[in-house]
Write a protein of this length. Structure first.
Length: 319
């Protein structure tokens, strides 16, 4: 065995059916991994290949491997805004879930966090450090990378308001630092969506010198308000549609009489009409068809097309 043979060897030896493909001594690709366990909707088929690197080096080796193989790459954060097809995803799904660290400078209010850091954890850490500006993020079950890409936000604040810069890996493997002006930020969108750049780290400028107790109380208040008004008890992706303004999407859907409407195991939530819930046995196709039904019904009633906020991945043709 040569020093680099781990790059091509499959665990279990060449004669057995490949189970893992090592890209480094600390990182392996797994075949046919069910994505339903990795998305908050709890639906979706398998990734042809899946990996969750634990370091930037392993992430870069993984991307290099995908380029060599010609695999399409899908990046998964916490999977809290994804609808993955029941037919699964071709190529390589890369999860950032183990890319985690946070540096907080309480004196300046500057926070740098790895892509896989959970947003709620960051909100609590910021409050603990006396840095204000992230209290709104506590109820958003995504990662730092997902928030930068989606321009996640709540209570009239958003990621774009606090982002200083994001470090990304480009499709050719080069690293780049981007500032908000580079990202075409608008309501719940950025030009990183659907692109081939991967966010590895983000730095945020918060306001230092806040009272920790008051910030923690405000953060708790945000969390409780959300749990009162939104259905957190069943799998969902949060709000399915962007608010078209001046009326909220939820208001339009509710006034179209769709609360409680079901297709298969998918249902428009009673508590918040812009949520679609997996009632236990939904398929991605059920959810997809319900999204289409809601769009058509709202269009019939209000003459406008709601635009999905949820990222729809994979094939849904013929559904
Ligand atoms: C109960 C619930 C409540 C929610 N409430 C809110 C809310 O109040 N406000 C709000 O804005 N959202 C909300 N969401 C939606 C979701 O949490 C956010 O959109 C979040 O930012 C998604 O982050 P994620 O890490 O889960 O990304 P994912 O869902 O995994 O991915 C979303 C998109 O970002 C891409 N992506 C993820 N990480 C990276 C990366 N590191 N580099 C490049 N691309 C990447 C993915 O490929 C995909 O296109 C809610 C969801 C749920 C389930």
């Amino acid at each position: 065995m040569t020093a680099l043979s781990y790059l091509t060897e499959t665990v279990g030896g060449p004669r057995s059916r490949p189970t893992l493909v090592a890209v480094s001594p600390t990182c392996s690709l797994r075949p046919q991994v069910p994505l339903s366990k990795l998305t908050s909707f709890r639906v979706g088929g398998r990734a042809e290949w899946y990996v969750a690197p634990r370091s930037l080096e392993d992430l870069q080796l993984t991307l290099q491997r995908a380029r060599t193989e010609g695999w399409p790459v899908t990046v998964l954060g916490a999977g809290s805004n994804l609808l993955v097809s029941d037919r699964g995803l071709p190529g390589l799904a890369i999860s950032t879930r183990y890319l985690r660290y946070t540096h907080i400078d309480g004196d300046t209010g500057r926070i740098t966090a790895a892509a896989g850091e959970p947003l709620p954890r960051l909100a609590w850490q910021a409050a603990e450090a006396g840095a204000s500006g992230f209290e709104w993020a506590v109820g958003i079950p995504g990662t730092v990378g997902g928030a930068v890409v989606m321009n996640a936000g709540a209570h009239r604040s958003s990621t774009a308001d606090v982002l200083r810069e994001a470090r990304v890996i480009n499709s050719d493997g080069s690293m780049e630092v981007l500032v908000p002006e580079d990202l075409d930020y608008q309501y719940r969108t950025s030009n990183l969506q659907g692109g081939d750049r991967l966010v590895v780290e983000a730095t945020f400028d918060l306001v230092p010198g806040g009272d920790r107790h008051a910030l923690k109380a405000a953060t708790q208040d945000h969390l409780e308000r959300r749990h009162r008004t939104q259905p957190y008890d069943r799998p969902s992706c949060g709000s399915v549609f962007r608010n078209p303004g001046p009326q909220a999407a939820g208001w339009l859907i509710e006034r179209t009489g769709l609360k409680g409407y079901r297709i298969g195991g998918a249902m428009v939530a009673e508590r918040h009409a812009n949520f679609i819930l997996n009632c236990g046995n939904a398929t991605a196709s059920d959810i997809f068809r319900l999204i289409a039904h809601v769009r058509e019904s709202v269009h019939d009633r209000w003459s406008l097309w709601l635009e999905p906020e949820v990222r729809v991945l994979g094939e849904f043709g013929g559904v």
